[in-house]
Design a protein. Structure first.
Length: 297
């Protein structure tokens, strides 16, 4: 018999098969990993580093999630919250606004207080074409990571082991997998895991991937346009760069603002904002399945 308290019955799939959620999520991520390693060299050869870092992971994530949903749930990939329905645009735009504000808070107050300043880059090769095309690629990269980490993998673990265990577990994995980026530090890994928690909570709030994808995309895009580094990578889209007068604790060093204590504070504010912002419920079937069943009296 399932547990019952205060009119609430909690699903307990672990009593049937405690390993199935781990097998399902692990299979999905393994497929993503294999496909990414196959597709990235092709992207590098045909389009260069930016193409390789963004488009192949999106393709790999979509294919692996579609296969995992078909194998383990007999459902379509849209049921991970990818389906474009009424409210999807609102959630995406809400996420974009939150991401832009968060990036601005990580940089502009430091400029205002003299901890950093903008400097014209004499060797900048920025162009309007790059400024237009780069956000498109960054959107592909952000959406790809959200499908890979907060799609089937997170949601299947949520239904099997509980929401918060899954969110914190995938967030930790998200942080560790970015620890190999250029200039990564302990702080950058912690902050990246913190973003993983934010994105996981966004999935809970919206029951889709568009809210977290919007936040992720806007953050990744706003930093380069503010002249800052992104996860250890320099992306020049303007003729200006952000120069810090403060130490690595405040600037994030070679990794960029994501390794700074300022961003740690921004993540807390962002988490509060995500938990309060209105969101339209999407099509994430597995998130719905992870909710307790409320019985009427």
């Amino acid at each position: 018999m399932p547990g019952k308290a205060d009119g609430v019955v909690k699903r307990d799939p672990l009593k049937r098969d405690p390993l199935r959620p781990l097998v399902g999520a692990g299979t999905c991520y393994l497929l993503y990993y294999v496909l990414t390693n196959i597709l990235v060299p092709i992207g590098q050869f045909t389009g260069g580093q930016m193409i390789a870092l963004t488009v192949p992971p999106l393709i790999a994530a979509a294919i692996s999630s579609a296969l995992a949903m078909a194998i383990f749930e007999s459902r379509k990939v849209g049921d991970t919250g990818l389906a474009w329905v009424d409210g999807s645009l609102r959630n995406l735009l809400t996420g974009i606004v939150l991401g832009i504000v968060a990036a601005a808070l990580a940089v502009l107050p430091a400029v205002a207080f003299g901890l950093a300043h903008f400097r014209y880059s004499t060797n900048a090769d920025a162009s309007w074409r790059g400024a237009l095309f780069t956000p498109i690629l960054l959107f592909c990269g952000a959406l790809g990571e959200e499908i890979a980490f907060r799609g089937f993998t997170l949601q299947y673990l949520m239904r099997g082991y509980g929401r918060w265990a899954a969110i914190f577990g995938i967030a930790a994995l998200f942080g560790v997998l970015h620890a190999g980026n250029p200039g990564a530090t302990t702080m950058s890994t912690i902050n990246t895991a913190g973003f993983g928690v934010v994105f996981g909570v966004a999935v809970l709030r919206s029951h889709d991937l568009w809210l977290p994808a919007g936040i992720h995309f806007a953050w990744n895009t706003a930093l380069p346009f503010l002249g800052a580094g992104l996860s250890g990578i320099t992306i020049k889209v303007t003729g200006y760069e952000l120069i810090w007068r403060a130490g690595d604790l405040w600037s994030g060093g070679l990794y960029g603002p994501e390794a700074s204590v300022i961003t740690s504070g921004v993540i807390v504010l962002l988490l509060i904002a995500v938990s309060k912002v209105p969101a339209v419920r999407g099509t994430a079937y597995l998130v719905q399945e992870s909710e307790p069943v409320v019985l009427s009296a």
